[in-house]
Write a protein that binds this ligand. Structure first.
Ligand code: SF4
Length: 733
């Protein structure tokens, strides 16, 4: 008699912040080298209603990828060699401890990721503050969401990326989408815009490139990169000048309008056209569309946020919402389309340098007392704020900087700005311990590599871009030799003298997270695994015994007086503007088939075939001017270095701007070029704009680029080439 196949498991995509629902169906019989599950539609999950993009569809391939790490590695004699778990954990704990003893606790650093589950982010923060007792923990979400988060908190008193569910986007009168290319980053979300336009709504897209998201818009504004702040001020100027201000709303629900008005009036349309390149007529049209509709939203993404004035830029777009009464009302408001899978939850539970769980400030005595009590430690023993992500990486290996680093779920060799410099800093560390699924470019520099279980092999919650807490379920067992990151933290903490307080079970961690977040801004105390399962996710804040909160701010904003605050902001140029030596703007972004640093998607054959390598997108007029054609290898040079990639001609980009996707390492690495100038408030680097020179690459560069391309096409550097197998007989893992 054959037994019934195991039932399908409902879970979520491992990639972006939409966290599309999917169903994993066991494949019978399981074949060697196959993932053991196939992905099928899950039409009942409301956010994506069954739709998936190519990344989600192919996600199961990575479970059985030949690139997966299946044993811990330690560096011996300059080479990474396979070892057992006890040996690798002993070595990792020992190097972290030695550094703390020799240089002090803050010489040990922790770097997390916006893709980690809430449980991992929470336990990593606790591990840093309690087991290592270092102030220096931050994460790569600082590179993605921090400017919008800071602006959100300043204006509304609370940072939840979208204060409404995605379904509301489909029902609003007008959407201004700023610096977001949903068609490539999260295609299933386009449905909401299509439904919105089909119902008579208007769509305005602001982007220096005419992307596939901008194509169907009612209006596309194409500003010079780094000038979104001036554009937002200019639109507010027209709103005021043309009498579209909602005086009642401003009087009853906001503060600070007078200063915002004064700043906007200094940004008249012709001045804004000179700064942004957006014609006055288009500015007027945008204001007409936005104010004619009874309801409206402004949604921003990395375009306006990844700037050295990202907080002010987002603040200016929020001002536009507040002045027109399009906030804190049904079907209206400002929202940030978070990028990484757990970009929202990852910033709420303590892996940020300045925060404790529940979105509490680490400098708030009451917050320290609450979290200290949950963790069973004296609040005075909690470290204070540490360095922000780029500042932490920038000082690696230096006197007074971090000398040994534990890194989980991040690949800064590819994803950090000024990446060559950061790579050098990583090389200069006394010790680097990396937890990852594959031997990423950063893991290749490590002294200890601990192989991590993947999304379909472990339980854990994520918080999607709407603030909806969802649950990923384990559907298959991880390969022999692979452990969950919670297990790794549990074992490392025990070796550092913390036998208790670091459970390896995800639900147990979540139960503690509920207590730690209780009473905080991001209150999860009423959320349980069971509720999440039954309700297709629960929106925070959700205090114990209450329902979740899909829509925020309808009665009052989360500020002490309940009023939203206008931002007092003025235009200023990007940190680096074109000049005679570097005459063009570079802007960076993503392509449809790759995700972030590409650690996973570049190892998925289907995706790698669709987007096999970097390129430089430039306007045909610019190409003619510099004498290059389609496919020519270009050298793109900024003050920080040079990148090589083939030309891709497109009339969709401004002639004064070139675009490079940032998913690749090697000669085509876009982040070799990017500017680490930081926003003074959020400490977010200016990924979205810097000055470059573009020319045909010299002949000798072609060989370098071709070699890199071949390595990429054949699966990059094989694990076998860089790792020696040295398993000791008789040792158990
Ligand atoms: S849109 Fe995002 S969450 Fe949905 S399938 Fe694609 S990558 Fe996954």
């Amino acid at each position: 008699m054959t037994s019934a196949p195991p039932p399908p498991v409902d879970t979520h995509c491992p990639y972006c912040s939409l966290q599309c629902g999917m169903r994993l169906r066991p494949v019978e019989p399981a074949r060697a080298g196959a993932p053991g599950v196939e992905i099928v539609e899950r039409p009942d999950f409301p956010v994506n209603r069954g739709a998936l993009c190519g990344k989600g569809h192919s996600a199961a391939e990575l479970l059985s990828s030949r690139h997966r790490l299946t044993a811990p590695l330690v560096r011996e004699g300059g080479t990474l060699r396979e070892t057992t778990w006890p040996r690798a954990l002993d070595r990792a704990a020992s190097v972290l401890e030695k550094t703390a003893t020799r240089y002090g606790r803050d010489a040990v650093g922790v770097f997390g990721g916006g893709g980690l589950t809430n449980e991992k982010a929470y336990l990593l923060g606790k591990f840093a503050r309690v087991a290592l007792r270092t102030a220096n923990i931050d994460y790569n979400g600082r590179f993605c969401m921090s400017s919008a988060a800071a602006a959100h908190r300043a204006a509304f008193g609370l940072d939840r990326g979208l204060p409404f569910p995605m379904e509301d986007v489909a029902r609003t009168g007008c959407v201004i989408l700023v610096g977001s290319n949903l068609a490539d980053t999260m295609p299933p979300a386009l449905r909401y815009l299509r439904e919105q336009q089909a119902a008579g709504g208007r769509l305005i897209v602001v982007d220096p490139r005419r992307t596939r998201t901008a194509e169907p818009a009612d209006l596309h504004l194409q500003p010079v990169p780094g000038t979104d702040l001036a554009l937002a001020l200019g639109l507010l100027h027209l709103v005021i000048a043309d009498g579209h201000v909602d005086e009642d709303f401003i009087a009853t629900r906001t503060t600070g309008f007078e200063r915002a008005r004064a700043s906007a009036m200094a940004h008249w349309p012709e001045r804004v056209e000179r700064i942004t390149g957006v014609p006055v007529a288009q500015q007027r049209k945008a204001v007409e569309l936005f104010t004619e509709a009874g309801t409206g939203m402004v949604l921003t993404a990395r375009g306006p946020e990844q700037q050295s004035k990202g907080v002010d830029t987002v603040g200016a777009w929020i001002n536009l919402c507040l002045a027109t009464g399009r906030a804190g009302r049904p079907l209206s408001g400002y929202g940030c389309l978070t990028g990484q899978g757990n970009g929202q939850g990852g910033r709420e539970h303590g892996q940020k340098a300045d925060q404790l769980p529940g979105y509490r400030s680490i400098t708030d005595p009451a917050a320290r007392a609450h979290v200290g009590e949950v963790w069973g430690i004296d609040p005075d023993d909690l470290p204070g704020p540490g360095r922000s992500a780029y500042e932490l990486l920038d000082t690696l290996g230096t006197d007074g900087g971090v000398r040994s680093l534990l890194l989980m779920g991040s690949n800064p060799v590819v994803s950090a700005p000024n990446a060559e410099h950061i790579t050098e800093r990583l090389r200069s560390l006394d010790s680097l311990v990396v937890c990852d699924v594959v031997l990423s470019e950063t893991a290749r520099l490590a002294d200890v590599v601990l192989p991590s279980a993947q999304w379909a092999e472990e339980d854990g919650t994520m918080t999607n871009l709407e603030g909806r807490v969802i649950l990923r379920h384990a559907a298959v067992a991880p390969p022999e030799g692979v452990r969950t990151d919670l297990y790794t933290l549990h074992e490392l903490a025990a070796r550092l003298g913390c036998e208790k307080g670091f459970p390896a079970d995800a639900e147990e961690v979540f139960e503690e997270l509920r207590q730690a977040s209780a009473g905080g801004d991001a209150d999860y105390s009423g959320i349980t695994y069971d509720r999440v399962r039954k309700q297709d996710g629960v929106f925070w804040p959700c205090p114990d015994g209450e329902e979740g909160t899909p829509r925020l701010f309808l009665d009052r904003f989360a500020t002490p007086d309940g009023r939203a605050r206008f931002a007092d902001v003025s235009h200023r140029p990007a940190a680096e503007v074109p000049d005679a030596d570097f005459p063009l703007h570079l802007t960076t972004g993503r392509v449809l088939a790759q995700y972030q640093s590409g650690a996973q998607t570049r190892r998925t054959p289907e995706l790698n075939r669709a987007a096999p390598g970097p390129f430089v997108e430039l306007h045909p007029r610019l190409a003619r001017r510099i004498g290059v054609g389609e496919g020519d290898l270009l050298a793109v040079t900024s003050r920080r270095g040079r990148a090589l990639a083939p030309a891709r001609l497109s009339g969709a980009i401004r002639p004064d701007t070139v675009f490079m996707p940032f998913h690749w390492a090697g000669p085509g690495r876009a982040n070799t070029l990017t500017n680490p100038a930081l926003d003074p408030v959020s400490r977010m680097p200016e990924f979205k704009v810097c000055a470059v020179r573009v020319e045909k690459a010299p002949a000798e560069a072609t060989e370098t680029a071709e070699a890199a391309e071949t390595a990429e096409a054949t699966g990059m550097v094989e694990v076998a080439e860089t790792v020696e197998t040295a398993k000791t007989a008789g040792e158990s893992s």
